[in-house]
Design a protein around this ligand. Structure first.
Ligand SMILES: Nc1ncnc2c1ncn2[C@@H]1O[C@H](COP(=O)(O)OP(=O)(O)OP(=O)(O)O)[C@@H](O)[C@H]1O
Length: 520
């Protein structure tokens, strides 16, 4: 028969296990064990349920030695010994903290654990209901919305931030979120667990003969735990359960809200790359104001590792969206903690750009030429701009283009002799250069030729993209002037009016001629 003191914990773990059984299938399970009361109780419970055949896995323990307090090495030793006595595999990982803040310690802890875990492994954490209540209160006092007030999730995914662009992610599993600290304490005491009591968790100060704590010495979490919550529960004995219940309701509400804003976002998105995302303002403004705000809020922080934007920034972006004048100079800056963004508007489009991308766009493209008879020299990716450390812009399928032009020249030169055609091909060149502002160019399907700003406006190109337009022209012999063939931007290729336009258009439509940007 299960004793009362184990019933709550056992029930919570087994019910959470049943709930996530499918997600756990085939995955390796680890347990983050500080050696404190919560995670040690959890490790003990896992081992007990595994022995009884109720849990199909035995987690491998991971303990982080923060190297911050003298006692840390002794704690690591204590966890190792306990694991050995209880036949649980255990690894100690040492980290070096630079800033020594709580936030940095948490992040470094996760990164260290992820470094030994495989992609999509599961990490069990000892967070419980009281932790959840403290988290909710801290967020409430910081003005959180529905997403913040849902608190910690019992199952979530965490991506490694160790290297930019890293694909490694793991699952965090918190099976004890419905169990109170008191219930865990009871379990630990009844099982005679020799857990570690970290003094920085409570920040007690010894004063004179008695033990009192100095409120000013407590961090926010410790103050809520030791000062505010006892007051609240005196008046409202069930306050903690009620706050945790609100968290669950917010969790459900946030699922609905997020599904809605995801659907709204996909309707309004015109382009979506991490470094350049474009929203259609006409679509966006069809939505109610509340849905516009929710959409902008999630669009400004596209990945889970980024900070949520402030209410004020969302309002500023919305007022940019609703501007009726033709001002295209306004630029809002936003640092999401991971990326630095610029938010800009052009015509009916709203741009979210990495700052590094906007700066890269200002660099001039290369001026270069390709001889039409030397097909073998053409690289599969023909670089259009000197690469820097962040981006590479290239034209793929240039050999298809030169081949198409050669064929057309041969076909159209039936009045010439083979020798003359050969000579014409030999001297023919493709020239690539930054679009000259003075050159008059006819756009396909438009009347008359345009130059400079007018041409770029007709192309619907925002000012920050204009330095990155390449003109590709053909020069058939050194005596004859060149003819414009195509305009290339990082986003697209436009075939200009020329005898080669139909075949170039075909190459573009078949994706055999592409302008491609790679984020390095
Ligand atoms: N040094 C550590 N090594 C491994 N895991 C840790 C460590 N510190 C914290 N954790 C994990 O993160 C969870 C939440 O961290 P928190 O700071 O609340 O833990 P704690 O109070 O120090 O320890 P516990 O929750 O085990 O009593 C812990 O339950 C544990 O799973």
């Amino acid at each position: 028969m299960t004793l009362d003191h184990t019933a709550n914990l056992e029930q919570a773990l087994l019910s959470s296990f049943t709930h996530h059984k499918q997600q756990l299938l085939g995955r390796r399970v680890w347990l983050a064990c500080s050696g404190g009361r919560d995670s040690l109780s959890l490790a003990h419970l896992c081992q007990h349920l595994f022995k009884e055949g109720k849990l199909p896995f035995l987690p491998q323990l991971l303990h982080i030695n923060h190297g911050m307090q003298q006692a840390n090495a002794a704690w690591a030793e204590q966890v190792l010994q306990w694991a050995e006595q209880n036949n649980l595999p255990c690894q100690v990982l040492k980290i070096n903290l630079i800033k020594k803040t709580e936030q940095e310690a948490r992040q470094a802890r996760y990164e260290a654990m992820m470094s030994v875990m495989n992609h999509q492994d599961v990490l069990i954490l000892g967070h419980h209901q009281d932790d959840q209540v403290e988290t909710l209160l801290m967020r409430l006092f910081n003005g959180a919305g529905v997403n913040g007030l849902r608190g910690m999730k019992d199952w979530s995914s965490k991506k490694s931030q160790a290297q930019e662009g890293s694909q490694k992610s793991i699952f965090l599993w918190r099976p004890l979120l419905t169990v109170s600290r008191q219930q865990i304490t009871q379990y630990a005491n009844n099982e005679n667990l020799n857990y570690i009591d970290d003094p920085t968790n409570v920040a007690w100060q010894s004063r004179g003969s008695g033990n009192e704590f100095d409120q000013n010495q407590l961090n926010d979490r410790a103050w809520l735990r030791s000062v505010l919550l006892p007051h609240i529960t005196q008046r409202y004995p069930k306050a903690k359960q009620a706050i945790a219940r609100t968290g669950q309701l917010m969790q459900e509400a946030s699922v609905i809200l997020n599904e809605q804003s995801k659907a709204d976002l996909s309707q309004s998105l015109m382009t979506d790359r991490p470094y350049c995302s474009v929203l259609d303002i006409n679509q966006l403004t069809e939505l109610s104001t509340a849905r516009q705000s929710a959409l902008i809020h999630s669009w400004l922080a596209p990945s889970a590792t980024e900070l949520p934007p402030s209410r004020r920034l969302v309002e500023e972006v919305l007022s940019l969206v609703h501007r009726k004048d033709s001002d295209h100079q306004t630029c809002l800056y936003w640092d999401s903690g991971v990326y630095q963004y610029q938010i800009r508007r052009y015509q009916h489009k709203l741009y979210r750009l990495w700052q590094s991308w906007e700066q890269w766009l200002q660099l001039p493209p290369a001026t270069q030429q390709v001889n039409l008879d030397s097909q073998s020299e053409i690289a599969p990716r023909f670089s259009l701009k000197p690469s820097n450390t962040s981006f590479e812009w290239s034209l793929t399928g240039l050999s298809n283009l030169t081949f198409g032009i050669q064929q057309q020249l041969i076909l159209s030169s039936n009045t010439n002799t083979a020798v003359e055609t050969g000579l014409e091909l030999k001297s023919a060149k493709l020239l690539f250069q930054p679009l000259p502002r003075t050159k008059k160019i006819a756009l396909p399907g438009r009347v008359g030729r345009k130059s400079g700003k007018k041409l770029l406006q007709a192309l619907d190109l925002p000012s920050f993209m204009r330095p990155s337009v390449v003109l590709c022209s053909i020069q058939l012999s050194s005596q004859v002037a060149e003819f414009p063939l195509l305009l290339i931007t990082p986003e697209r290729i436009l075939a200009l009016q020329s005898q080669f336009a139909p075949s170039i258009q075909q190459l573009i439509e078949d994706n055999n001629l592409l302008s491609e940007v790679r984020n390095l």
